[in-house]
Design a protein around this ligand. Sequence first.
Ligand SMILES: [Mn+2]
Length: 338
Amino acid sequence: MLNELNQLKALLASPNRFIVLAHKSPDGDAVGSAAGFYKFLLNLSCKAHVVLPDLPSDTLLPFMADTDCLYFSEHPEAVKTLFEESSVLICLDFNAPSRVGDMQLLIEEFSGVKVMIDHHPEPEAFADLMISDVTNSSTCQLIYECIELMDLTHAIDQHVARALYLGIMTDTGSFRFPSVNAKTHHILAELMSTGIAHWQIHQDVYDNNRIDQLQLRGYAISEKLVLLNKEKNPIPAGYISLTKEELSRFNYKTGDTEGLVNVILSLEGIKVGVLIQEKSDGIKMSFRSKDGFFVNELAKQHFNGGGHKYAAGGISFDSMEVTLSMLLSLMEAQFKLT
Ligand SMILES: [Mn+2]
């Protein structure tokens, strides 16, 4: 990694034009790493722009304020021009060009230097500089570690600190997942010492629900939660499925069901939770697990997805009915307790 960081440091010191890019449907770590790295570049007096494939949720959108972010879904031509005019592409919080949706070709055809900084397993070798740490809690933590190793922490101001704090907070379930280590807390302390209002970040992300959103959550838990662990040969799993009609009944907006899959996992005895939602482009699935029950292979092999051992995503292009019956038989085969 030191070799890559030396090369990155050289890029930062040369007259380059940077594009900072994170993945489609950006979560807190994607938003935090994009906004944070962008501000870091500006603090080093680099020329930089941020691009996201599409808009984050209303909750996360304010964290993109003051970044002049270009959204490919809204301004594809402007993004294409930017790709032609830039010399370095920084890819954050994803490890395969397919994770940016319709922007995939732009990455593949980018003629400048491609840099990847990411923590997801099994990176595809698409970048010239690959900085991958699959044990890291978050891309935001990894970015901090890179900045530290490049000896550039003087470029971390409150804007950078706030953004990186956001990503570490959201990717670690507020600092509680097994991926959190002592280093995570040391970094958080450093970020806090810039004077950011850390409590405000928690409040902005977690205490900002709309009533529709809370009621959708209530409905999902009381009416749609199915537990598989109550029979003779129990499967320690539960799932919630939501149809398009159910989502629209509660005026669903992007991000409204964020964290709902973790509620399943909070049940006593449950090791695997799955949230299945019917969206316009297919049936979206979020998998969460714990205690040695892994979900990334299931998502990868059967549902066109992947991710971390304990947190993965996938998509199915079958009907809800077919998807559910497939999921049930797969979970039975993989997770049944004997
Ligand atoms: Mn992440």
